[in-house]
Write a protein that binds this ligand. Structure first.
Ligand code: DGL
Length: 248
């Protein structure tokens, strides 16, 4: 496939970003890679996360991607390192999401729900603090496997969310950042703890890329580095998504 945008995540979470990109760039070709062999990223070391992101971006660049979207907050933390290493333009999700937060919060106190790694690395907190916005942090790596195992309606998923977010209703925030691309799949369960705070999903600012394929619908190819059957089940909420195996 030529003239395509590469989109990467540890698993199916990045499909929430891909969906948004396809909605406004319908005639584009995309290659999506889910790095299931190393999922979840949020409990891995920084070295592992960066080296996996390098592998995926390197593969996409070599295949001829004209841009790459890091549809993963945990890996977006390393987007400057990736930009320094690769020629292909790289778009992350943290900067544009912070811009959305700045527009929405009035009280300048927001909750950040993200993987343990994203919380510990502090990129959101640092960027938001520059505009005087304070975060109340919730490390939510435990949520990710429920999405990947298609178990978002299970009792243990609901219990885990309750244990993790039980103080959220008293946290006095006016916005809640879903700072992991897996979390829109748990939006209903999470919103129960958000009172009147506005939920903010991850954003991506990919410049509009119209004109490909002569106005015809673009092609999307889905790869997983893990088990194809598991990946297809996890991707069910996204409709017709069928993964191919990628050895990386
Ligand atoms: N979806 C990813 C994110 O936005 C990572 C989830 C994980 O693999 O821990 O951070």
């Amino acid at each position: 496939m030529h003239n395509f945008v590469g989109v990467i995540d540890s698993g199916v979470g990045g499909l929430t970003i891909l969906q948004k990109l396809v909605a406004v760039n319908n005639d584009q070709n995309f290659i999506y890679i889910a790095d299931h062999a190393f999922c979840p990223y949020g409990t891995k070391t920084n070295d592992t996360i960066l080296s996996r992101a390098e592998k995926l971006v390197g593969f996409l660049q070599e295949k001829g991607a004209y841009s790459v979207v890091i549809a993963c907050n945990t890996a977006s933390v390393f987007s400057d390192e990736l930009r320094a290493k690769f020629a292909v333009p790289i778009y992350d999700v943290i900067e544009p999401t912070c811009k959305a937060v700045q527009k929405i919060t009035k009280t300048k106190r927001v909750a950040l729900l993200a993987t343990n790694s994203t919380i510990a690395n502090g990129a959101y907190q640092k960027t938001l603090l520059q505009s005087g916005i304070q975060t109340v942090d919730y490390a939510c790596s435990k949520f990710v496997p429920f999405v990947e195992n298609a178990a978002t309606a299970s009792i243990s998923c609901l219990k885990t969310i309750e244990q993790t977010l039980k103080t959220l209703p008293q946290s006095n925030v006016d916005a809640v950042i879903l700072g992991c691309t897996h979390f829109p799949l748990l939006k209903r369960q999470i919103s129960y703890y958000c009172k009147n705070a506005e939920l903010i999903e991850c954003q991506c600012e990919l410049p509009m890329l119209s004109g490909e394929n002569g106005g015809m619908q673009g092609q999307i190819t889905y790869y997983t580095t893990g088990n194809v059957d598991y990946a297809n089940v996890a991707a069910k909420p996204f409709g017709s998504v069928y993964f191919k195996k990628l050895l990386l």
